[in-house]
Design a protein around this ligand. Structure first.
Ligand code: NI
Length: 174
């Protein structure tokens, strides 16, 4: 079931997610909801916190550039084991609509994670998929990509961030 994406500056986005210990039905439901929400929002990746759940789970669409979508990747408790090279590339986030900025990240990474059944997997990613995993792990640690850019550039994003803060306040007024 599709759920609404949590938008900046919702305070939950600054919270640290906790490791998954129960690989149960509820986790499967969360994963299905995350994939539905990610597809609906046309994102490449999504962290559980972005639909309001503080478990360390991310989904990623490895076929983001194709018409035909396969099954989305689900990584539970992902950890980066090794990294190689650096790359600067423009990045966005479903929780920060219409904010795009160049972020420098590791180009190639090796990741250890668990599947929905708790089984350990190791994967290698590079380019945009490596970027996506790093972005989603940042979400799990309560970090938004706009905090990873130089202060001068962040200043330029201020007007749009202020706009998002106004919209958030307006929609949360009781
Ligand atoms: Ni994001």
């Amino acid at each position: 079931m599709k759920r609404p994406i949590v938008l900046y500056p919702d305070p939950i986005l600054l919270k640290k997610s906790r490791p998954v210990v129960d690989f149960d039905e509820d986790l499967k439901t969360l994963a299905v909801d995350m994939v539905d929400s990610m597809r609906q929002a046309e994102g490449i990746g999504l962290s559980a916190v972005q639909i309001g759940d503080l478990r360390r789970v991310m989904t990623m669409d490895e076929r983001f550039d194709r018409e035909e979508k396969g099954e989305a990747t689900i990584l539970v408790n992902p950890v980066i084991l090794a990294a190689e090279g650096r790359e600067s590339c423009e990045e966005g986030c479903l929780s920060l609509p219409d904010v795009r900025e160049v972020v420098e990240r590791d180009f190639k990474i090796r990741v250890r994670a668990q599947g929905l059944d708790g089984r350990e997997v190791e994967r290698e990613y590079e380019g945009i998929l490596a970027r996506c995993v790093q972005h989603e792990i940042d979400h799990m640690d309560g970090k938004l990509f706009v905090t990873k850019i130089p202060a001068v550039k962040r200043l330029l994003l201020k007007p749009r961030l202020k706009e998002l803060e106004r919209e958030y306040k307006a929609s949360h007024r009781s």
